[in-house]
Design a protein around this ligand. Structure first.
Ligand code: ZN
Ligand code: ZN
Length: 453
């Protein structure tokens, strides 16, 4: 079954405006009252403090693991994690953008990709401290809502289900941003919730507890009691007429660049997806990191009705493995959300063309795209994202090529994603549970699906 066969014709005909994907002219732009809110999303900073311009390209950064970083420049290299100069330059640019944001979400992964022997618990804490303080220096007045990543532990991925030196250190370092109740659950299980503004609650989950490589939680049906806590938190939010932003490092759903692989363990994915369906009336949006790429998902109910918009933000670090066909340019983004119902309205995606920045020795961060303009959408509510995702499957639609270029943060427009690659991408956008995803990919089995034309 090819990508265009994913949906029967009646589904496409029910969304006739996907056939007219021309961007709306500015005068037709919707007026949102009250003023939209704004927040920054940064993720996967992965600071490599060893990065330096060495004569021997294999010695530029520990994170290249001996591979030659032959294009290394002052802002980094695609085989290395972020030099400090790259992170500072990103924060400096963010702090100059107007209108100002209300708050920042930061979805984890401060340490570099290096073998466990190169780090230690105290070094991981030092890296989280460095990134927290750098952020506070650049944004002294903005609240920050962090989430822990799989690299924010030593050894990496091995997050425990009870209190430990890292959860305690995070609670100390983030005390200027979080209230006592949030700090107490953070200290015990690495998760918390807090009001970001009246009526809007941020729920920061520790999804590393559900991550495959975490041996500490392998046979645990509710690690750290986070499910029980999450349902109670969402019940309370419902009663208090609040809306919730779910933030976490490892996303729910299927990896868009692989076939049949969930980002967290499959049974945990099924459980989380069912909780998120049950509480979709109170959840205004989901915001994740970890894959380092720019992607989205639409949570559908079993009848195909759109319930929630889910966003995965690309990384600040540009690192890729030697044999990976592509990477991502360094990136961060701003979300616009409705001022009273808190639904997502738009993304302003920023990026640094790393090759150009190194050549010019100057970091010109630019807006890569504005989501509603790029795809002719009126907002980023679930119905709009579903229409966009369905348009990916239409013959001659260029929306998918644009989406895939954004997926790599404009790393290389000559790389195309078709056939199996496109099928994996589109099924991952639309189907988050095992049954629906399996039907979508048509039982083709596990295979890598990079199509390099
Ligand atoms: Zn990462
Ligand atoms: Zn990660």
């Amino acid at each position: 079954m090819g990508p265009v066969g994913l949906f029967p014709l009646w589904v496409l005909l029910s969304y006739p405006d996907v056939l007219l994907a021309a961007p709306a002219p500015p005068e037709d732009a919707p007026h949102h009252l009250p003023e939209p809110g704004r927040f920054w999303h940064i993720t996967d900073l992965h600071l490599d403090a060893t990065y330096h311009l060495a004569d021997d390209p294999t010695k530029v950064c520990f994170s290249s693991k001996g591979a030659p970083a032959i294009k290394a420049g002052i802002y980094g290299d695609f085989l290395c994690d972020s030099p400090y100069s790259l992170i500072q330059s990103a924060f400096t640019h963010m702090s100059q953008v107007t209108p100002r944001a209300d708050f920042i979400i930061w979805t984890g992964d401060s340490p570099p990709h290096v073998p466990a022997g190169e780090l230690s618990t105290s070094m991981v804490i030092q890296l989280i401290r460095n990134m927290s303080e750098t952020l506070r220096d650049h944004f002294p007045r903005l609240p920050v809502f962090p989430a822990l990543g799989n690299h924010d532990y030593w050894p990496q991925d091995q997050m425990p289900t009870s209190t430990n030196a890292i959860y305690q250190a995070a609670a100390k370092l983030w005390a200027p941003w979080l209230q006592d109740q949030a700090l107490s659950t953070l200290r015990e299980g690495g998760f918390y919730s807090q009001l970001a503004r009246p009526g809007l609650r941020v729920v920061s989950l520790n999804t590393i507890l559900y991550y495959g490589p975490d041996k500490a939680t392998a046979n645990d049906t509710d690690p750290a009691g986070q499910y029980r806590w999450l349902e109670a938190t969402l019940d309370n939010a419902t009663q208090n007429l609040e809306k919730v932003f779910i933030i976490a490092h490892v996303p729910i759903g299927y990896l868009p660049f692989a076939r049949d692989i969930t980002a967290i363990r499959q049974p945990h994915n099924e459980r989380l997806v069912s909780i998120f369906r049950k509480y979709s009336h109170v959840i205004a949006g989901h915001f994740y990191g970890h894959t380092h790429r720019d992607s989205l998902m639409v949570l559908l109910d079993p009848d195909g009705e759109p319930l929630s918009s889910i966003f995965v933000s690309p990384a600040v670090t540009p690192i890729k493995r030697v044999l990976e066909p592509y990477s991502n340019n360094p990136a961060f983004r701003m979300y616009l959300y409705h001022g009273s119902d808190f639904t997502p309205l738009d993304i302003w995606q920023y990026y640094l063309n790393l090759t150009e920045a190194n050549q010019r020795q100057r970091a010109d961060w630019r807006r890569e795209y504005v989501m509603t303009e790029a795809f002719g959408l009126k907002d980023l509510r679930p119905q709009s994202l579903l229409r966009l995702a369905l348009s990916f499957q239409l013959p001659r639609a260029n929306s998918f090529d644009k989406y895939f270029s954004h997926f790599m943060v404009s790393y290389d427009d000559s790389i195309h994603c078709a056939k199996d690659c496109k099928l994996s991408q589109v099924c991952a956008v639309l189907h988050l549970d095992h049954e629906a995803y399996s039907q979508c990919v048509g039982g083709r089995g596990v295979q890598d699906s990079f199509a390099l034309l």
